[in-house]
Design a binder for this molecule. Structure first.
Ligand code: SF4
Ligand code: FES
Length: 360
């Protein structure tokens, strides 16, 4: 099989985070601070990534701002020639630190939004005063002139705030908003009944996004991750397994996607043990679901198999206990009807959730 180089790397610098969002995509078993890669190890990895062909580096977490060496990491990434994007809740950023990051060459900031007012945002994020601080950070980002994407994670409890989130993105001068209906991995899977949107909400969100896209053409780009339990076809997860992206966990484990560790039997390499190039091209985990040869029916003979690559392997694992199965959010999956019924049941569930734990 002809394998192209990856385009993007998501570096989970740490699992530490001041917030405790119930939909966090970090694994339920969080990595402790002592196990995190150090500055030199990350810098070496960034050079290897650039040599391999990676163009964009997403600095993520947890909350990447909790890394004291964040400015040095940005400098290292820029020296390697990577485009750098900081994915942050904003908590822990000061104007001074933002200016240092600007001087270090940070290219772009993606700011998460837990809600459009303090009541919602601080309850979902589990951090009192977080919304007010985030608004300060958004203002400094605008003043410094960083290109900004607002990342609104939406679920049953805050989907009614979608129109306001779009207005806020325009008001902040963001170039893009990512309207991300929560995906059920990690902590979100545990909190599915508190977060699952209703069918009506999912339909309404489709209409709001369509209207806003037309109205704001040329002003704001709207990326939209739909509520896939309510869809007919699955998302193309990671652009296709092992095709465009690499995730690196805080301890140096190299993963084909952020939830890959939930798939039993996969063996992952560490950057400490093997060159990144070898991991990408020859690593067994990256080759497990690459391309289309691994597919069972109905995917194997489906006309959409190179459009969505059978959907999400981790979702197939979580929902039907088999990572090789067709993603059950697909209408052709034998599990699709049962999943839709379960989605309706979850959407009628409690609003109480388990907050994400703190990483040690
Ligand atoms: Fe995609 Fe497989 Fe469904 Fe076809 S059958 S649409 S390839 S998930
Ligand atoms: Fe792992 Fe979708 S999150 S393949």
């Amino acid at each position: 099989m002809n394998v192209n180089p990856p385009i993007a790397m998501l570096a989970e610098l740490t699992h530490r985070c001041p917030l405790s969002c119930p939909y966090c995509s970090n694994p339920v078993e969080l990595t402790r601070r002592e196990a995190e890669l150090d500055t030199a190890q990350w810098a070496d990895l960034f050079r290897q990534a650039a040599d391999l062909g990676v163009l964009q580096l997403h600095l993520s977490g947890g909350e990447p701002v909790t890394r004291r060496d964040l400015v040095d990491l940005v400098i290292a990434a820029r020296e390697a020639g990577l485009y750098t994007n900081l994915i942050t809740s904003g908590i822990g950023l000061t104007e001074k630190r933002l200016r240092e990051l600007d001087a270090a060459g940070l290219d772009h900031i993606q700011l998460s939004l837990q809600g459009t007012d303090a009541d919602m945002a601080d309850r979902i994020g589990g951090y009192r005063g977080g919304f007010a601080r985030k608004m300060d950070v958004a203002r400094w980002i605008g003043e410094i002139g960083f290109p900004l994407t607002l990342n609104a994670v939406l679920h049953r409890q805050n989907l009614h705030q979608l129109p306001r989130a779009i207005e806020m993105a325009v008001g902040m001068g963001a170039r893009r908003i990512e309207v991300a209906t929560v995906q059920f991995h990690g902590w979100a899977l545990m909190n599915r009944d508190a977060l699952m949107p209703t069918r009506e909400q999912a339909r309404e969100a489709d209409a709001i996004v369509a209207e806003a896209r037309a109205r704001l053409k040329g002003v704001l780009v709207i990326d939209y991750v739909r509520a896939d339990y309510h869809n007919d076809y699955p998302k193309r997860c990671m652009g296709g397994w092992g095709s465009t992206g690499i995730n690196v966990a805080p301890d140096g484990l190299v993963l084909p996607c952020h939830a890959a560790q939930t798939i039993p039997g996969l063996v992952f390499d560490r950057v400490q043990d093997r060159p990144l190039r070898e991991i990408w091209y020859e690593g067994s985990a990256f080759n497990a679901y690459r391309g289309t040869a691994w597919m069972p029916e109905p995917c194997a003979s489906c006309e959409r198999k190179t459009i969505d690559f059978g959907g999400c392997r981790c979702q197939a694992m979580a929902l039907v206990g088999n990572a090789s199965a067709t993603d059950p959010t697909c209408i052709k999956s034998p599990h699709h009807a049962a999943l839709q019924a379960r989605a309706d049941a979850f959407a009628a569930g409690t609003t109480e959730f388990t907050a994400r734990a703190a990483a040690g």
